[in-house]
Design a protein around this ligand. Structure first.
Ligand code: GLN
Length: 536
């Protein structure tokens, strides 16, 4: 079967959930036995979101091949279980960089380099490159931003050109918002009409319109949208409010989004859709038998999107255990010796989050000490693991000024250090240990017990590492490196055996947790939190 291209655009407002719709559609097509990949085109000029402050766009999601990408790629992987890569996230910055590099090399043979055709060709190449791998029957490409924005014009133009060239192998799904005016008691379709007009002005006719709405769409509203927007009423899909994003594939199945997509593409609607496992997950998610309170200590806690994958990993693990995980966000800048007891009260698990820079670091170290001393289940991720190492160095090994050189470059005990190779690189962007690295687990460790395997692979995003000069001192005092990179000898996991559950991971397990495959480390951590009984 020739590759089919599905574009998802958005209108009326941002944050309507294009990523969730794109991921849900992928889930449905996969459940019908098709091979699918999701792609995100971002209209900003940064080369990638790696250097963006999480306050701007939320978490930076890291793929197996080490690409720093938009958080929507996390949704794609969590919904479909299909690994993404650098090719799945392209920004305007990357497009222009490539075109300008080609121009400097003389590839355009002295021609004037223009948005059309050079930029649009580059965009089209990035889209069709996924189809050309021969691995996917469907490529679903989400166009970031809102139709009508100046910066998304070249992307929409590329969609127009592709739609023309690909004919029946290409469709456009437009996601809009239908406001409900309580005073008039009516759903209003006018903003949708306008946003579809904006799309049409750019030469693109949507094939399916998905409507975010807080009220059910009546037949007449559907028909009205269809009439004004050149589509039939059955291609107007209701996208109502749901209690969990994981309900959306079910909603879309009930609204027959996948069936309409297949019909429009002329693909036979074969195979019954099988969502039994997905529904079983939803059942467990909505019918918990227990509850735990876990503290998430981080500096971006006002913006939960900054910890998106961690949040979702807890949802997956919680559902697996029929346990509702209540996350208490603890602002690492507001934690002190004085309020520590109060802030931590009632928690049966403490997670110290990843992060960069000095802000809130001492409070994170304080939170680790509290978890270690009170034997509360602890999981430290990346910077969280580094904090655990620093805390142990200071309070158990007695190295009073121990620190990470990221924070204290002149410390006499650099227990977290920079590798020689990293030191050579001075640029901020793209200088980290990124993507999947193998890790070897010690057989008599909790980590091995949890993963059930000696060889694992996890994703990284950091510059600093455990300083192996201190390995013996840590081991002798009870903090054991139980996960080691087999190629470099770098420490990837530390544990304290004399503690109900104390694990620090230099990698990010949260990136690999999916609905169908909750991450074992999160399951084990939630499990430990469920069985923790305070001695106080
Ligand atoms: N800032 C730390 C480092 O670069 C940790 C990074 C992280 O938590 N992702 O090593």
């Amino acid at each position: 079967m020739a590759t089919n291209y599905i574009f998802v655009t958005g209108g009326v407002a941002s944050s309507l959930g294009k990523g969730i719709i794109a991921a849900s559609l992928a889930r449905l097509l996969k459940a019908r036995g098709y091979s699918v990949t999701n792609q995100k085109l971002d209209p900003y000029i940064n080369i990638d979101p790696g250097t963006l402050n999480p306050y701007e766009h939320g978490e930076c999601y890291v793929t197996e091949d080490g690409a720093e990408t938009d958080l929507d790629l996390g949704h794609y992987e969590r919904f479909t279980g299909v690994a993404t890569s650098q090719a799945n996230n392209v920004t305007t910055g990357r497009i222009y960089k490539n075109v300008i590099e080609k121009e400097r090399r003389g590839d355009f043979l002295g021609k004037t380099v223009q948005v059309i055709p050079h930029i649009t060709n580059e965009i089209k190449d990035r889209i069709t490159a996924l189809g050309n791998t021969g691995k996917y029957e469907f490529v679903i490409t989400e166009i970031g931003g809102t139709v009508g924005d100046i910066e998304s014009y070249p992307f929409v133009e590329a969609v127009r050109q592709l739609k023309w060239a690909l004919g029946s192998n290409c469709i456009v799904i437009h996601l809009t918002y239908i406001p409900y005016l309580a005073a008039a008691g009516e759903l209003k379709t006018k903003p949708t009409q306008h946003s579809v007009k904006a799309l049409q002005q750019q030469g693109v006719q949507p094939d399916i319109i998905v409507c975010r709405t807080e009220q059910p769409l009546t037949r007449s509203v559907r028909d009205k949208i269809g009439l004004f927007c050149n589509i039939t009423g059955d291609c107007v899909i209701e996208d109502g409010d749901v209690s969990s994003i994981y309900e959306v594939p079910i909603k879309m199945r009930d609204e027959k989004l996948d069936v309409q997509v297949l019909k429009k593409l002329g693909v036979p609607v074969k195979n019954e859709i099988d969502l039994t496992k997905w529904e079983a997950f939803l059942y467990r998610l909505h019918n918990p038998e227990k509850e735990v309170n876990i503290g998430l200590v981080g500096k971006y806690v006002e913006l939960p999107d900054a910890y998106k994958s961690i949040n979702e990993a807890f949802i997956h693990a919680g559902a697996e255990l029929r346990c509702k995980v209540k996350l208490r966000y603890i602002n690492s800048e507001q934690l002190s010796e004085e309020n520590l007891e109060e802030q931590m009260s009632g928690l049966t698990g403490i997670l110290v989050a990843p992060g960069f820079g000095t802000r809130g670091i001492e409070c994170k170290i304080l939170a680790v000490r509290y978890a270690r001393e009170n034997k509360i289940p602890f999981l430290g991720i990346c910077l969280g693991m580094q904090c655990a190492v620093v805390e142990f160095a200071r309070n158990v090994l007695g190295y009073a000024d121990a620190h990470s050189v990221e924070i204290a470059p002149t410390t006499t005990h650099p227990v977290i250090n920079m590798m020689e190779e990293q030191k050579a690189i001075s640029n901020m962007g793209g200088t980290m240990r990124l993507g999947a690295y193998p890790c070897h687990l010690k057989k008599d460790s909790r980590a091995y017990e949890i993963y059930g395997s000696e060889q694992i692979s996890e994703r990284h995003r950091h510059r600093y590492e455990f300083n192996n000069n201190y390995l013996e001192a840590f081991k002798a005092a009870g903090m054991t490196p139980t996960g080691i990179n087999p190629d470099t000898g770098l420490v990837e996991i530390v544990e304290i055996a004399d503690h109900p559950f104390f694990i620090g991971a230099q990698f990010h397990p949260e990136y690999k947790s999916t609905v169908m495959k909750p991450h074992p480390l999160f399951i084990a951590f939630v499990n430990a939190a469920m069985s923790f009984r305070s001695g106080k």
